[in-house]
Design a protein around this ligand. Structure first.
Ligand code: PLP
Length: 452
């Protein structure tokens, strides 16, 4: 079944390698052998078998515009020759040695990230995923502060491992109610669902800060280790707190020496357009910062960068077998080079602004669209029951299906699963953005009519 042929400025055709069995059989095999909690998109899940630039192809040969990038990971695009060549070159020389030996690409990448982080005297430790990066940051902060008391924001997602799950406050995504940490929750100051709204509070930011201060006082601020916060909440549905909010929260933390961990797993590498890191919208420099996803453009790499004395705070010996491996680091270096040489941050700003403006305008009369928000190429569309703010996850699921049918892959998120998430590679063209806007607005209208 060939899908609608997508046309754009690049990559008109992508080869789809022959799949040995179709998606139906593959799904049955998946269900038999993979965990039941491993979430899949779509009524009929698809197998993506190839990609080039901002386009991907499934095992049936249907092409799609990729507006989710493997969960904000393929930031430069699929099959970027510069990245592929760097990986191929490194693979041809050596795949692995471990951190017991000097790894030139790892050291070079650490130097680059330390400098980009803006954190003074920064050091870097590499891991293989965002969850592992969060685990490491929590280990460092709790060790440095000699306490397992930590703060997280409402509606947060930080990963699926034991510690990262403990600071994940979206109930349906927190992997276990057992926690290795004592976690207290601060307001995320969601402009669409301000906690102050119900009480008609005039200044929601002041109210959120008041609540944050009370919670910190109640928990006992003297031995809280850290706050871990996403500058824009990703899985939470691209909730963008008012600029400066986290800076004001950090001022409260600073009164007590509580460390600030900025989780840049989604917001990093210029995706927000206006800044290279999400924390920069809040006028702060974090003590520790976690990164993953986009750095490797699909290669498994993440890490923590932070003040040298914090990174050094663990006194026992440690290693990482795979963290900082030559293959991932060589690919990540090539990816960063591509990102800067092509000024993808600027592209994220320009194309992102266009997408947000057009989606706001196009969806304005559509009753199920409650909010269009975001920065750069991190765009959320929150769907509601017509005429209210009641979350409408059914509508979100329907739009996902209709967009897929029309050849557009997007993401879904939010506490209630009612937020559509658009995060194309940062190399997206304006022509591809136009095509996505049209498909989405059509899908939103069709869904709105079908639910009326
Ligand atoms: C903000 C944030 N932190 C951490 C993680 C965990 O990353 P990973 O899935 O690579 O473990 C994610 C994953 O989506 C994330 O969005």
């Amino acid at each position: 079944m060939a899908g609608r042929q997508l046309t754009g400025t690049s990559n008109a055709s992508i080869d789809s390698p022959m799949a040995p069995d179709g998606p139906d059989l593959l799904l049955r095999r998946h269900r038999a052998v993979m965990p039941a909690w491993l979430s899949l998109y779509y009524d009929e899940p698809i197998e993506l078998t190839g990609g080039e630039g901002c386009r991907v192809v499934d095992s049936n040969g249907k092409q799609y515009l990729d507006f989710f990038g493997g969960i904000l990971t393929t930031i430069s695009g699929h099959s970027v020759p510069e990245v592929v060549d760097a990986v191929r070159e490194q693979a041809g020389r050596m795949l692995h040695s471990s951190t017991l030996y000097l790894i030139r690409p790892m050291i070079e990448l650490a130097e680059r990230i330390a400098q980009l982080s803006t954190i003074p005297n920064a050091k870097v430790f590499f891991v293989n995923s965002g969850s592992e990066a969060i685990e490491t940051a929590l280990l460092l902060a709790t060790t440095a502060r000699r306490s397992n008391k930590v703060l997280a924001l409402q509606n947060s997602y930080h990963g699926r491992s034991f510690g990262a799950g403990a600071v994940t406050t979206i109930p349906s995504w927190s992997s276990s109610s057992f926690k290795p940490l004592a976690v207290a929750t601060l307001p995320n100051c969601d402009p669409f669902r301000f906690p102050g709204e119900q009480t008609g509070h005039a200044d929601p930011m002041t109210r959120c800060l008041g609540e944050a201060r009370s919670t910190i006082d109640e928990v006992g601020p003297w031995d809280i280790a850290c706050l871990v916060a996403e500058p824009i909440q990703g899985v939470g549905g691209f909730v963008v707190p008012p600029d400066g909010y986290l800076g004001k929260v950090k001022s409260i933390l600073d009164e007590h020496g509580i460390l600030f961990i900025s989780d840049e797993v989604q917001t990093g590498w210029g995706r927000t357009g206006e800044h290279f890191w999400g924390f920069q919208a809040h006028g702060i420099t974090p003590d520790l910062m976690t990164f993953a996803k986009g750095l490797g453009n699909g290669l498994a790499i993440g890490g923590v960068v932070g003040r040298g004395e914090l990174i050094d705070s663990v006194s026992n010996k440690s290693i990482s077998t795979f963290g900082g491996n030559p293959l991932a680091c060589a690919g990540a270096l090539a990816n960063l080079r591509y990102l800067f040489e092509n000024d993808l941050q600027k592209n994220a700003l320009v194309v992102g602004d266009k997408l947000i403006a057009a989606l706001k305008q196009g969806s304005e009369p559509i009753a199920i669209v409650g909010d269009v928000r975001g920065k750069g190429l991190m765009i959320g569309i929150e769907l509601v029951e017509a005429g209210s703010k009641t979350p409408n996850s059914t509508a979100a699921t329907l739009v996902m299906e209709k967009a897929k049918e029309a050849g557009l892959l997007i993401g879904q998120g939010g506490t209630y699963g009612n937020v559509l998430r658009l995060t194309p590679p940062m190399s997206i063209t304006e022509a591809d953005a136009d095509m996505a806007i049209q498909i989405l607005v059509d899908a939103l209208w069709a869904t709105s009519h079908s639910l009326a």
